[in-house]
Design a protein around this ligand. Structure first.
Ligand code: HEM
Length: 178
């Protein structure tokens, strides 16, 4: 995995850990810091991490090329419970994948992300972009996955689709019962 993306994963991990503690979850000690590099590489970032336009086989191949499994791909994508995406990255899904998009959600996106222009306007990856919660997972089930890649994991068919669905149900069950 690219050095820059490792830092992103670490940041998300720490946020998830803080959220879990806030919810009364378990904790364990980990060493912080990094051993892979002291600099970031723009080439690695551009060439070695998956794009939001990939279909399921390409996503899986990309993760596997870094020693990460299908299970890793599905679980780590849950990082999208936090943050935002630029219009540029979900325009294709918005205008070409109406079959898997909730119409009300799609209409709200239309206003923020027109067919051309406004590439950098931000939209939340779920309805609660600063909170680690179940909204991202609820959204996947309700046709509100913003990125093509997240939708692919949920409805991509085969093992990943099944895995994502079961992960979604497990996490929602854990949080609502806590
Ligand atoms: C499965 C492959 C993945 C793809 C294709 C993908 C794609 C994207 C895209 C396109 C954005 C929006 C970036 C922008 O608009 O500049 C984004 C944001 C984000 N991603 Fe991913 N991502 C993936 C995996 C991950 C993983 C594994 C994590 C962490 C565990 C993660 C955490 C985040 C976070 C936290 C944001 C929000 C950043 C912000 O608001 O500043 N993503 N991702």
């Amino acid at each position: 995995m690219a050095a820059s993306s490792r830092m992103g994963v670490l940041a998300v991990y720490l946020t998830l850990m803080a959220a879990a503690l806030g919810l009364g979850g378990t904790s364990y000690d980990v060493l912080l810091g990094r051993r892979d590099a002291t600099t970031a590489s723009i080439d690695d970032a551009n060439n070695d991490i998956p794009t939001p336009f990939m279909d399921l086989p390409a996503l899986q191949a990309s993760f596997e090329s870094h020693g990460l499994s299908l299970h890793d791909l599905v679980v780590l994508s849950g990082g999208h419970t936090l943050g935002y995406s630029r219009c540029l990255f979900f325009r294709g899904r918005l205008y070409n994948e109406t079959g898997t998009l909730d119409p009300t959600y799609a209409a709200s996106l239309d206003e923020r992300c027109p067919l051309s222009g406004d590439d950098d306007v931000l939209t939340a990856l779920d309805d609660t972009p600063t909170t680690v919660d179940t909204d991202y997972y609820q959204g996947l089930m309700q046709g509100r996955a913003l990125l093509h890649t997240d939708q692919q994991l949920y409805q991509g068919g085969g093992d990943a689709g099944d895995l994502k669905k079961s992960q979604t149900h497990i996490i929602i069950g854990l949080v609502t019962n806590s």
